[in-house]
Design a protein around this ligand. Structure first.
Ligand SMILES: CC(C)(COP(=O)(O)OP(=O)(O)OC[C@H]1O[C@@H](n2cnc3c(N)ncnc32)[C@H](O)[C@@H]1OP(=O)(O)O)[C@@H](O)C(=O)NCCC(=O)NCCS
Length: 178
């Protein structure tokens, strides 16, 4: 593996970034028990590809003030993405996605290390994750996140089939940052 660079996205990275989201979703969210199908994910991404791409481009052009978005590149390839939101009372890790065939090589941890330079350590940091996404849950626990006990689902993530992604919340308390 060449050296991974963490950088802010450029407009020309938009399609590759969206591809990281799409491939990671396909690898992560279809689930028999919950009823989320490959077709659901295809619908979520592929059928809305241009719309999502335009939204992404406009976010790259005009980043929302309280948001930080950065990417991991292996050579010229975008292999990971991370988005942080700074709320008045807390930090939120909104997204951290690494291409399936680049996972378990320390890229997620590199993105998190960059995030730590951005978030406000005097506030708690939360992340919301699908309850069956054991990879991500193990990753977050390794970083120091703990289950808050909160369980919910967001109508925004209701799929075409009618199934919805069940979510949980994990948190790092401010005092646990070194
Ligand atoms: C979660 C995710 C970002 C982790 O990224 P990654 O680059 O694979 O993680 P790293 O290689 O930096 O792993 C750091 C540590 O986290 C833990 N970890 C990561 N993946 C793990 C897994 N699949 N199972 C158990 N522990 C895991 C390990 O302790 C690992 O250290 P080690 O490899 O030395 O044992 C990645 O699996 C991913 O993109 N998943 C799909 C998208 C997703 O679910 N994102 C979260 C949405 S909320």
């Amino acid at each position: 593996m060449t050296k991974i660079k963490i950088e802010f996205p450029k407009l020309e990275d938009a399609e590759a970034i969206q591809n990281v989201f799409y491939k990671s979703w396909l690898d992560t969210y279809p689930n028999d028990k919950v009823g989320i199908t490959i077709d659901d994910v295809e619908h979520w991404y592929k059928d809305a590809w241009e719309e999502k791409l335009n939204k992404l481009r406009s976010r790259i052009n005009n980043p929302p003030e309280n948001q930080s978005f950065f990417i991991a590149k292996d050579g010229d390839n975008v292999v990971g993405v991370c988005r942080i939101m700074k709320h008045a009372d807390k930090n939120q890790l909104q997204a951290i996605y690494v291409l399936p065939d680049h996972q378990r090589r320390g890229i997620g941890k590199l993105l998190w290390d960059r995030a730590l330079e951005i978030i406000d350590p005097s506030k708690n940091t939360i992340v919301q994750v699908a309850t069956y996404n054991t990879k991500a849950i193990e990753f977050y626990k390794k970083l120091g996140f703990e289950d808050t006990g909160k369980r919910f689902s967001d109508e925004h993530f209701r799929m075409k089939s009618g199934a919805i992604i069940p979510e949980m919340e994990l948190e790092i308390k401010a005092q646990n940052f070194e």
